[in-house]
Design a protein around this ligand. Structure first.
Ligand SMILES: *Cc1c(COP(=O)(O)O)cnc(C)c1O
Length: 490
């Protein structure tokens, strides 16, 4: 306890900077090679006490690293207890499998720490954010500038910002929808008659946002969905009629593009028709699936996306950006400006520099250099290759679907529309509890990492094909591994 503090020359020596970085690079390189080769378990899940013990957290916390060896030992131990996303048998959550050099912006940011919410706090990070927002807006036809380097505001321009995750982006979008219908809510609190309509399968962050905004989760009015949990647009009118009978006002209509559990898209164009007809705010939750927009082959799935009033789009899901980075985009820039106004007035704010100072429009005050990560992800491979990555990921779900359909023991309830696929192993014999047990046994073996979800009131196994190196052989081996465990559970 009372040992004298040792001299820590090696760590403090500026020369050690390069030595440490070199060793870390070597460790990460080896990590990636091993993950890709499938040399290690996909997930090696130990109890937290063991991890804490092994990494000597208490000791290092109190005494610090003594030398470079301490640091590399720690990192080596740290990497041992990770979920190996680069292993082609990682088919788990909707988080990006980064490219080998994706971590560099985080390293640079960690060294210079220039938050990008105010231009003067980090001009280059803010510029990259502005550039990427312009690019995203241009994909939606919401960009009215001449050139992506045009960071000024134009009449009828869209606008947007990057924020820390889809959940915050949904909250920010719904808050903007409220500012549009009830500008006084910002100072006086919510009127009690506001509701939001959408599929019952909307992401939980929508309900959460309504609670956080003080409207209560019950302000969400579910519109009936079909057997695949896709919104039934013919119910939009009757639900609205009922809402009006109850003397409520619709603050926003929310669509899934795509739904988190199934990866299926709501019919955006038809929902946009409905919103346009009744003058309602249309919010599209494109956290996962907005990328379909980038592909000639897939963009039909998001037909009508450009008719939204607000759209969220997670770059840390399908754009290979390490967590977190989400875009929130508005068709009408004034909706962004009026969101967090103390006075909810629709004034044109001449001096606002959209995309540069994003602080007035974000939940966060300080925020990371998010634009740099997003830009970097494209710069590592180029735009065309990114589009191909998206198409290939979607294609993989088709391949898995077709393959599982050739096997008697597997049930896939729907044809996939993105890179997400749900299925069951022998549903007539295995209970929900057993499907879940199957999944735990599979991931505890370390051979594969998959998730599960509730769908049609039943427990399903779920794969999200994020890894570009996942092949047909992985699917064949996955089915074999599931069959082996599943047969034993019966
Ligand atoms: C993932 C997801 C979210 C939440 O986004 P985070 O970035 O994880 O906060 C919201 N909506 C949908 C449809 C999603 O798939």
């Amino acid at each position: 306890m009372n040992e004298p503090i040792k001299k820590r020359t090696e760590v403090e020596n500026p020369m050690s900077f390069l030595a440490i970085k070199e060793r870390i690079a070597a460790l990460l390189y080896t990590y990636l090679q091993q993950s890709k080769k499938g040399d290690s378990k996909v997930l090696n899940q130990e109890h937290p006490e063991r991890i804490a013990e092994e990494l000597q957290l208490k000791n290092l916390f109190q005494n610090g690293f003594q030398n470079i060896q301490n640091i590399t030992d720690f990192i080596q131990g740290y990497l041992k207890h990770t979920n190996h996303l680069s292993n082609s048998r990682y088919m788990g959550h909707q988080v990006a499998v980064p490219q080998d050099l994706s971590g560099i912006p985080d390293w640079i940011h960690g060294t210079i720490n220039n938050p990008s919410s105010l231009y003067e706090m980090g001009p280059v990070g803010a510029t990259l954010e502005g550039f990427m927002i312009n690019w995203m807006l241009s994909k939606l036809n919401w960009f009215k500038g001449e050139d992506l380097y045009d960071f000024s505001t134009h009449a009828h321009n869209g606008s947007g910002l990057l924020t820390h995750g889809g959940s915050i982006a949904n909250l920010t979008a719904l808050s903007a929808a409220r500012a549009a219908i009830a500008p006084a809510a910002w100072t006086e609190g919510n009127p009690s008659d506001l509701v939001v309509m959408g599929p019952a399968t909307a992401h939980y962050s929508i309900g959460r946002a309504l609670s956080i905004m003080g409207m209560g989760k019950n302000a969400f009015i579910p519109v009936p969905v079909d057997a695949n949990e896709v919104i039934l647009t013919e119910y939009l009118e009757p639900v609205l009629k009922q809402v009006k009978i109850e003397k409520k006002r619709v603050m926003a209509v929310v669509a899934n593009a795509c739904a988190t559990s199934t990866g299926l898209f709501d019919p955006l164009d038809k929902m946009a028709d409905f919103c346009e007809k009744h003058g309602l705010w249309f919010h599209i939750d494109g956290a996962h699936g907005a990328v379909a927009l980038l592909s000639e082959k897939e963009k039909d799935k998001v037909k009508g996306i450009e008719r939204a009033d607000s759209l969220i789009w997670d770059a840390h899901k399908m754009l290979q950006v390490p967590a977190l980075c989400t875009a929130l985009l508005f068709r009408n820039q004034e909706h962004q400006w009026n969101n967090f106004r103390q006075k909810g007035s629709y004034v044109f704010h001449e001096n606002e520099v959209i995309g540069m100072d994003s602080m007035p429009f974000t939940v966060e005050c300080t925020k990371s250099a998010l634009g740099t990560k997003l830009f970097w992800s494209f710069a590592l491979k180029g735009e065309d290759a990114m589009n191909k990555f998206i198409e290939d990921s979607f294609q993989k779900a088709h391949e898995l679907y077709n393959y599982l359909n050739t096997l008697e023991d597997f049930y896939c309830p729907y044809r996939p529309e993105s890179n997400i696929l749900c299925f069951q192993f022998r549903p007539e014999q295995l209970s929900d509890q057993q499907q879940l047990a199957l999944r735990y046994e599979l991931i505890n073996s370390g051979a594969f990492y998959i998730t599960s979800c509730e769908f049609q009131g039943k427990r399903f196994l779920r794969t999200v094909l994020m890894n570009p190196n996942t092949t047909m052989q992985d699917f064949i081996d996955l089915a074999k591994a599931i069959s082996k465990i599943g047969s034993r559970l019966i």
